[in-house]
Write a protein that binds this ligand. Structure first.
Ligand SMILES: Cc1cc2nc3c(=O)[nH]c(=O)nc-3n(C[C@H](O)[C@H](O)[C@H](O)COP(=O)(O)O)c2cc1C
Length: 170
C-alpha cells in the first residue's frame, strides 16, 4: 500500500480473527521498529516478540485497557531505555513504523496504554532498568472493523499558514 494511503486508512483494531502470520511479515514488522530514526541514533529501545499462545493469553492480565491482546496472532512489548533523553519519542516512532508496515500487510494493531507495568515486568523477566512503553497486539481482522473514516479535528482547527492564527485560505 502506498504510504499516504496507509496513513489515511490506518485505524486501531481491537478484535482479531484467527490466522497465522507468515514469519517474513513478522520479520518486516520487527525490522520496521529496529530501523526507526532516533535522537543521536541512540536507539533506546528493545522489543519482545510474543508468539506463544500461552504467553499471549498471559499478557491479558497486565494489559488493563487491551484485554484483546490475548486474541492477537502476535504481540510486541516495546521497552525503552530511560537513560536516553528522548527514549519515549524515539520509541513511539518505532511503534508507528511497525504499525504502518503491519497495516500495509493487512494486519491491525492498537496501542495499549494502561498496563500493570510491574506485573508485566515480572511476568516477562524485564529488567528494572527498562521502561515498558506499550504492548502492541497484531493480527488479521474483519474488514468491517476498519474504514469507518477517521474522527479528527478539522483542518481549520489545527492548521496555520506562515504564522499562528492565519488560516490557510484567509
Ligand atoms: C498513546 C496512546 C495510547 C492509547 N491507549 C489505548 C488503550 O489503552 N486502549 C485502546 O483500546 N486504545 C488505545 N489507544 C488508541 C486510541 O484510542 C486511538 O488511536 C484513537 O481513538 C484514534 O482512533 P484510530 O487509531 O482508530 O484512528 C491509544 C493510542 C495512543 C496513541
Amino acid at each position: 500500500m502506498e504510504v499516504f494511503e496507509c496513513v489515511k486508512t490506518l485505524s486501531s483494531i481491537r478484535s482479531f480473527v484467527t490466522g497465522d502470520v507468515p514469519e517474513e511479515v513478522i520479520g518486516e514488522v520487527m525490522e520496521s521498529g529496529r530501523l526507526a530514526p532516533s535522537a543521536r541514533n541512540q536507539q533506546p529501545w528493545e522489543f519482545i516478540l510474543v508468539t506463544d499462545r500461552g504467553v499471549l493469553k498471559g499478557l491479558e492480565k497486565y494489559c488493563t485497557s487491551g484485554k484483546f491482546v490475548s486474541e492477537a496472532a502476535f504481540a510486541v512489548v516495546v521497552l525503552t531505555d530511560p537513560s536516553s533523553k528522548w527514549h519515549e519519542v524515539d520509541s513511539t516512532r518505532a511503534v508507528q513504523n511497525m504499525v504502518l508496515t503491519a497495516w500495509g500487510r493487512g494486519l491491525g494493531s492498537c496501542w495499549i496504554g494502561m498496563i500493570d507495568k510491574k506485573g508485566l515486568a515480572q511476568y516477562l523477566g524485564i529488567p528494572g532498568s527498562l521502561n515498558i512503553l506499550t504492548v502492541l497486539p497484531f493480527g488479521y481482522f474483519d474488514d468491517g472493523l476498519s474504514g469507518h473514516g477517521k474522527s479528527r479535528k478539522p483542518p481549520h482547527e489545527v492548521f496555520h499558514l506562515n504564522r499562528f492564527g492565519v488560516k490557510p485560505g484567509d
